[in-house]
Design a protein around this ligand. Structure first.
Ligand SMILES: [Fe+2]
Ligand SMILES: [Fe+2]
Length: 484
């Protein structure tokens, strides 16, 4: 008996540990259950077949687990319920089913055009089938849904969604007019009231439904959209307001990193808005002890001068741990928390490591691993771009004469070091991407930190001047200036 239960446990663990087997089993069970349901409810068996194709796409092409499939299946189930009730009880016209809302929701939630097209196709065909095998309805809905999805790609405002609703309405009306084989019928009252009117209303209603339910689906599906990112990018966010008061240097640094990361992300086709917003919050852990970080130090002497390297290491190390705690306290989405957690990867705190070696007693060994950040290494292109932007911004700010060749040299050195140190091993940035990112950083930083032309000074001004103002660039480079 014990042998049997041990075997069962082993099998269960093996299945759960192997995502592919688990996904295949869940998909098969769902497929069989749906087929039985459709057979009993006398619905077309094309429904489970379409959903199977969708499931295979989600698992193989998107390399996602069954949750994505369940989320998309949930959207289709709502739509099919509306189509079924419309067909069976005739509460409302078949032409009022908000099919385009599915395409709009998918492109906004997942930012994947292929997935949105696939879902638009599945939603249109299945609605056509459920609504009494209406191919004309399926064609109209599919074309309008594709148009809508293309219109709201990268949408950031509600007005773009309403615009898309208008486009959907216009395309639906156009399609039904073109599909009609009888020209006389187009000018009849029956056509205007029963085809033209519902299809025009449908597009606008679809857009309204998306606006009203987007937040709910975002929460249910656990994704973050451009709309939520824009809310977080508001500089009046309580956390950013706290940062400007308690750690003004870090606030300024975060804004610069945000701009740098956004431009670089745009250059390599990554999610630029996510990069910018993630950068704004990456150093929120510094709010706790801002005076220990170079960008907040007002005086030339550093707080670390009187500290043991191991203590300094602890303070710097903890800004990542504290940052994650603060982000969780403010209920940030995991995609933003990733920026806080991964922005140093497992990099070495060079300055304090070298200081510890130089201050070590004879025969005392210093473990390099204890001077590394907790990690993990950047897992996405966006967090990796932000890590590089963070490092180059800090290092270039510490340059005494930030001329373009010096900035270029510093940027290349930092990117090479991160690459050689293996910090970019777990993200999907290519060498070509790194080259483009490096060039973008150099261009932007050269414009930001270029040396100003020295104007000739007038003699009387020189005489009245009590002391020369301190040059920001002459400050001693920080222990962690390239660490961000
Ligand atoms: Fe930073
Ligand atoms: Fe940091």
């Amino acid at each position: 008996m014990s042998l049997f239960s041990a075997l069962l446990r082993r099998m269960k663990n093996r299945i759960l540990n192997n995502l592919r087997i688990a996904n295949a089993i869940i998909l098969s069970v769902l497929f069989v259950a749906l087929t039985v349901f459709c057979y009993i409810a006398k619905l077309s068996l094309a429904i489970p077949l379409f959903l199977l194709v969708l499931g295979v796409y989600c698992v193989l092409a998107r390399k996602s687990d069954y949750r994505l499939f369940l989320n998309l299946g949930f959207l289709l189930a709502i739509l099919l319920f509306l189509a079924y009730t419309s067909n069976r009880y005739a509460f409302y016209s078949n032409l009022l089913i908000p099919v385009s809302a599915v395409g709009l929701l998918v492109i906004i939630l997942y930012n994947d055009l292929y997935l949105a097209l696939l879902m638009s196709f599945a939603a249109s065909i299945l609605t056509g089938l459920v609504a009494g095998n209406r191919l004309d309805i399926a064609v109209i809905y599919f074309i309008a849904s594709v148009v809508g999805a293309l219109r709201v790609r990268n949408a950031r405002t509600r007005s773009e969604l309403i615009n898309a609703g208008f486009f959907i309405s216009i395309f639906q009306v156009l399609c039904v007019t073109l599909l009609n084989p009888f020209p006389d019928f187009i000018f009849s009252r029956h056509f205007l009231l029963d085809y033209f009117r519902p299809l025009f209303i449908n597009g606008l209603v679809s857009a309204m439904i998306v606006i009203a339910t987007l937040k709910v689906f975002e929460y249910l599906f656990g994704v973050i959209t451009n709309f939520s990112l824009l809310e977080l990018s508001d500089l009046n966010h309580p956390l950013l307001k706290r940062m400007i008061l308690e750690a003004p240097g870090t606030y300024h640094h975060s804004l610069l990193v945000g701009n740098l990361a956004e431009i670089a992300a745009n250059a390599v086709g990554a999610n630029a808005l996510l990069c910018r917003v993630g950068s704004y919050y990456h150093d929120i852990g510094k709010i706790d002890k801002p005076e220990y970080f170079v960008e907040n130090q007002i005086f030339e002497s550093s707080k670390h001068d009187n500290l043991e390297p191991t203590m300094s290491r602890l303070v710097i190390f903890n800004h990542v741990i504290n940052g994650v705690e603060v982000a969780k306290k403010y209920h940030f989405h995991p995609a933003i928390i990733d920026f806080v957690q991964q922005h140093h990867g497992k990099s070495l705190m060079h300055y304090f490591y070298q200081k510890a070696i130089s201050e070590a007693r004879e025969g005392e060994a210093i473990d390099e691993q204890t001077f590394r950040y907790p990690g993990p290494k950047p897992q996405t292109r966006e967090t990796a771009i932000m890590m590089l932007a963070d490092s180059v911004e800090g290092a270039c700010r510490a340059l005494e004469e930030p001329t373009p060749p010096r900035i270029d040299e510093t940027v290349r050195k930092i990117i090479n070091n991160k690459f050689i140190d293996g910090q970019l091993d777990e993200c999907s940035l290519t060498l070509k991407d790194l080259e483009v990112i490096g060039m973008t950083f150099t261009r932007v930083l050269s414009a930001m930190y270029h040396t100003r032309v020295k104007y000739p000074e007038r003699k009387n001004e020189n005489a009245n001047r009590r002391s020369k103002p301190p040059d920001a660039n002459s400050l001693t480079p920080s222990p962690d200036s390239s660490q961000g």
